[in-house]
Design a protein around this ligand. Sequence first.
Ligand SMILES: O=C(O)c1ccc(O)c(O)c1
Ligand SMILES: [Mg+2]
Length: 631
Amino acid sequence: MRRSIATVSLSGTLEEKLRAAAAAGFDGVEVFDNDLVASPMPPREVRGLAESLGLGLDLYQPFRDFEGVDDARLERNLRRAEAKFALMVELGVHTLLVCSNASESAIDDDARAAAQLHRLAETAAPFGVRIAYEALAWGSRVDDYAHSWRVVAEADHPSLGVCLDSFHILSKGDDPAGIRGIPGEKIFFLQLADAPHMAMDVLQWSRHHRCFPGQGGFDLTAFTGHVLAAGYTGPLSLEVFNDVFRASDPRRTAADALRSLSVLEDALSREQDGPGGDGAAPTGARPAVTLTRLPDPVEPAGYAFVEVAAEEDSAERVRAVLAALGFEHTRDHRSKPVQMWRHGATRILLNSADPRLGHTWSGDAAATALGIAVADPDGAAHRAERLLAPPLPRRRDPSESRLHAVAAPDGTSVFFCPAGAVEGDSWLEDFSAPAAQGLRRGSATPLTGIDHVGLFQPFDHFDEASLFYRSVLGLEPAQNLELAAPDGLVRSRALTRPDAALRIALNASVLGRGFQADAAGGAQHIALGCGDVFAVAQAMGEGGVATLRISDNYYADLASRTDLSPAIRERMREHGILYDRAGDGEFFHFYTPMLDGRLFFEVVQRKGGYDGYGAANTPFRMAAQRAERSQ
Ligand SMILES: O=C(O)c1ccc(O)c(O)c1
Ligand SMILES: [Mg+2]
């Protein structure tokens, strides 16, 4: 389908916005009145620039407070509209968006509104302009799509139709299924925006918190499905008012935006195919539009590895922790300064070179790459590329295996590794047995694998990162949580496979401050699953690595709210083990100290189907880390 974006969704001058939209691959834009008025470019130049960029100007907007007015004001409004129609002719835009009247003085009379919109459409027609009437959620009379459609139907003019905006409809909990009853040719325009669920004034919610489809809490796939079922064939246009996007690099925002539409179209196209999903047997009537289809979603089987980069001093600290956790240094890379540490099927790669720069890693130890085990690495890489994930060039010897890698928004490398690879196979052959004196053995601990990886994100790219991991790795996002760290609020969002084979936790500091955010690149952790958290804590201590100490007050509080026995609580206190409970599920977990400024490990034990992350304990963990740092 044709893809557009409103200039209000991007930062910068009108020219920068047009260039960013074109660079991302959009077909068209909605021109916002203010962006044009503020631009030094005359309308004909804007038109020329858009043409040279291959962009259509699909809509001009918004025109406000037109209908439901007294007769004298109607004449003034028509003159105001005529000036815009003349401008639109110069720009070459053929559709004007008219928002439902939001002023207190609007007259509550549908017949009057319909007659006045009829006059407007009649005046627009000679200019080659159509009117798309949009119900604002805060319109003073017309505030839902069904009402806007009743007025448009009553006005009955070929140059008048409705504009549907997902935000105004879904924010109020209206049932979008009714859209199917609107004739497709009377839906002149479709604006898409998602938003996180919030209990707040709808105007403020709309003007500050909209986000791209798939980043919030609305079901945009179902919504758009209804609009297509009605027979709509126009553009899918993103209209996102968002405080962060207004102030961010427009090229990056535009790429994020286009990715959201690719994911949406792909989901719609798969839905139309029905449960078989092979494109051969549509269950419903196929609409008159072509939907972008991406390579099949990736179904990760788990982590093939996590790579940690560390310069020598901190590498020694990482090695000490790995050995104490029961990992063993089993292999070395044949051509790079990379050690493989293994515990059963769990692998941590320890790299002393900066994988991106090719020289010695400087700075704090960091998790720089995630190896994701997938059945079809080529297909996964192909899908990632279609989702505008930047591919990473790999420097390698000709004899080495080739792994596809892409960069996540925070710069983490994501490798697609063949699932089920065993030693003697593919990329693992790039590693050989280490010189015997280099070998370091771990202890026997009941670790079961990598439970999750926690990555701190710059706040501005939090939604982008969550859409990236969701669409590129096939993960389902949970609700955003806000956690009170001792030095600021931390937003947290978990993404997981339905079968829990892969979990990622994203965190960000709401105000971009606090020690977690201050660590260059932000705090990170690698969480290991186990069958006996006490045994692992014990072994780690015997291996010379203490666990992060949690305050005694925490254990006093635990006594008041759980029925854990005093003996167990005492052992937990001794090892800094934290506890959470959900239904019948229980969660025990502890942390290593921060290895440098940013990286630490966590060990978790899940019982009885617990599928959270112990978020309730995060403030206490962060307080303990902060106390430890300032010692
Ligand atoms: O917030 C507004 O005023 C506004 C303007 C135009 C739109 O299309 C819209 O959805 C909201
Ligand atoms: Mg709108």
